[in-house]
Design a protein around this ligand. Structure first.
Ligand code: HEC
Ligand code: HEC
Length: 396
C-alpha cells in the first residue's frame, strides 16, 4: 500500500502538499496520532452499523445506516426521493408546507409501530425527483476551506464571468447546540453561514449534516434534533425512549468523514487538467483551495484541497428542475459537484441520469444552463483532446 504526496509547483510561496491516501477508499489520512485514529475507527463503525428499532430507527425512515446510502463512502445503493407540486412548466413549485405536512422526502420504511409511510400523493401535478448520495470523500477538506476564500471566488466570478457567476448558499444553523467547538463555534441563532454540503449546499458543517442525516434519512434522534420527525401516525417516540444517539456519536461520525483520505488521484500537471481549464470548466469547478492554517488536525492544515468545486450554486436550466427550494437554491440551482471519486461511480449528476462521465458533462449543458458555453467547447474538442480530458476526469 503506497502513500503519495503530490506537490503543486511553480508558486513563490511554499507549496502545500495535498494529503492523499492509497488508491482505494475507506482509509484515513496518513500519519494520524492515536487519538484521531481511535475516533476514525469508532466513527467508521458507527457509519456502517445499521440502527435497529431497539437502537432508535424510525418511526419513518429510508435506510438504517449511513453506509446503506454511502457504501464504501461512495454513492448508493440507497437513494432519496423528493416530492413537489409544480406548475405546467414542471419547473415552478406550487406547493406549500400544508401539501406535505410530513416533509417533502419520501420515507417508506416503518418502525416503532408506525403504519403509514410518507409516500408521494397520486396527483398529475406531482414532480418526484431522485437524489443520489454524493460520496463522502474529501468532505473534511471542503469543510476546512476558509469562508473568505469562497467569498473571494464568488466575487471573482461576478467580476470576470458574470454570465455564469455562482451564488453563495447563505444558511442559518439548524437544530440544537454542539458544544464541541474543535471545528467551528456555530450554534443556534447563527445566520449567514456558508452552506457547502448537500446537493444544494444547504448545510454548513459536517456535524450538522450528520445530525440532519440521522434525523431525516434514518429517524435517529440526537441532542441536535431531539424530536422524532413529524409522521402520519403522530408517533412521538420510537423503540428507544428519548434521544437515540448522543452528541459524541454525532461528532465521531463527522470526524470519521473529516479524516478520510482522498484516494490517489491525477496530478494538477496532467495534460487533461490544462484542457479542463482551457474550456472553462474551472470557472465553476475551482481546482483547489488551501485549507485553514489553524485546522485541529495538523495534517489537514494549510494543504491544497483539490476538489474541483467552488461550493457555489449555479443555474443549470429547466432540464435540472426539481421544484425544491433550499435557501438560496431555487428549482434549477445546484452546487458545483466536487469532482471526487469519479472513477468509482456508475451514475452521474444529482439524479444519476448520466451513465458515464462524458454523458454527465453533456447533460449539464442544456438550455438555460450557466455551463452551456463551456460544454459546447467540450463538444468541439478533437477526439484526441476529448479522450485526454476524460482520462483525467476518470482518474479523479
Ligand atoms: C437514504 C440514503 C442516505 C442515508 C441513510 C444517508 N445519506 Fe448522506 N446523502 C444522501 C443523499 C441523497 C445526499 C444528498 C443530500 C441532499 O443534498 O439532499 C447525501 C449527502 C451527504 C453528505 C454531503 C456530501 C457533500 O458532498 O456535500 C454527507 C456528508 C453525508 N451525506 C453523510 C451521511 C452520514 C454521516 C449519514 C449517516 C448518519 C448519511 N449520510 C446517511 C443519502 C443518504
Ligand atoms: C456553470 C458552472 C459549471 C461549469 C462551467 C461546468 N460545470 Fe460541471 N457541474 C456543475 C454543477 C452545478 C454540477 C452538479 C450538477 C448535478 O448534480 O446535477 C456539475 C457536475 C459535473 C459532473 C458530474 C459529477 C458527478 O459526481 O456526478 C461532471 C463530470 C462535470 N460537472 C464536469 C464538467 C466539465 C468537464 C466541465 C467543462 C466542460 C464542466 N463540468 C463545466 C457546474 C458547472
Amino acid at each position: 500500500m503506497k502513500t503519495i504526496l503530490i506537490f503543486i509547483g511553480g508558486s513563490a510561496c511554499a507549496p502545500a502538499p495535498i494529503q492523499v491516501g492509497p488508491d482505494r477508499v475507506g482509509t484515513p489520512i496518513p500519519g494520524l496520532d492515536v487519538v484521531w485514529q481511535a475516533r476514525f475507527d469508532e466513527g467508521d463503525r458507527l457509519f456502517e452499523v445499521p440502527f435497529s428499532p431497539a437502537s432508535g430507527v424510525g418511526p419513518v425512515y429510508i435506510r438504517s445506516s449511513c453506509a446503506g446510502c454511502h457504501a464504501d463512502d461512495l454513492r448508493g445503493p440507497g437513494i432519496v426521493e423528493k416530492m413537489a407540486l409544480v406548475a405546467d412548466d414542471r419547473v415552478t413549485p406550487t406547493h406549500t408546507e400544508l401539501d406535505f405536512p410530513w416533509g417533502v422526502t419520501v420515507r417508506a420504511q416503518l418502525a416503532a409501530g408506525a403504519r403509514t409511510p410518507v409516500v408521494p400523493p397520486d396527483r398529475t401535478d406531482l414532480l418526484l425527483t431522485r437524489r443520489l448520495p454524493p460520496d463522502v470523500l474529501g468532505v473534511g477538506l471542503a469543510e476546512a476551506v476558509p469562508d473568505a476564500d469562497i467569498l473571494a471566488e464568488a466575487s471573482r466570478q461576478h467580476r470576470e464571468v458574470p454570465e455564469l457567476a455562482g451564488r453563495i448558499s447563505w444558511v442559518a444553523w439548524r437544530g440544537g447546540a454542539n458544544p464541541d467547538t474543535g471545528f467551528h463555534s456555530y450554534g443556534p441563532g447563527a445566520t449567514d453561514l456558508i452552506g457547502r454540503f448537500g446537493l444544494k449546499a444547504a448545510w454548513p458543517t459536517l456535524d450538522a449534516f450528520t445530525a440532519g442525516a440521522l434525523h431525516g434519512d434514518m429517524g435517529v434522534t440526537t441532542p441536535v434534533f431531539p424530536d422524532e420527525a413529524p409522521n402520519p401516525d403522530g408517533i412521538l417516540d420510537d423503540g428507544k425512549p428519548g434521544v437515540d444517539l448522543d452528541l459524541d456519536g454525532v461528532n465521531v461520525i463527522a470526524d470519521y468523514m473529516r479524516l478520510l483520505a482522498l484516494p490517489e488521484r491525477a496530478q494538477p500537471d496532467d495534460p487533461g487538467a490544462a484542457l479542463f481549464a482551457d474550456i472553462g470548466c474551472t470557472e465553476c469547478h475551482t481546482p483547489s483551495f488551501t485549507t485553514r492554517s489553524d485546522h485541529p488536525v495538523p495534517q489537514m492544515a494549510n494543504v491544497q484541497a483539490l476538489l474541483y468545486s467552488d461550493f457555489l450554486l449555479h443555474d443549470l436550466g429547466p432540464d435540472h428542475a426539481d421544484a425544491q427550494v433550499e435557501g438560496e437554491a431555487g428549482s434549477t440551482w445546484w452546487r458545483t459537484a466536487p469532482l471526487v471519486g469519479l472513477r468509482f461511480h456508475r451514475a452521474f449528476l444529482h439524479d444519476g441520469r448520466s451513465p458515464t462521465v462524458e454523458d454527465a458533462i453533456l447533460d449539464h449543458g442544456g438550455p438555460g444552463s450557466q455551463a452551456r458555453s463551456s460544454i459546447e467547447d467540450f463538444d468541439r474538442l478533437s477526439a484526441r483532446d476529448r479522450a485526454i480530458l476524460l482520462a483525467f476526469l476518470e482518474s479523479l
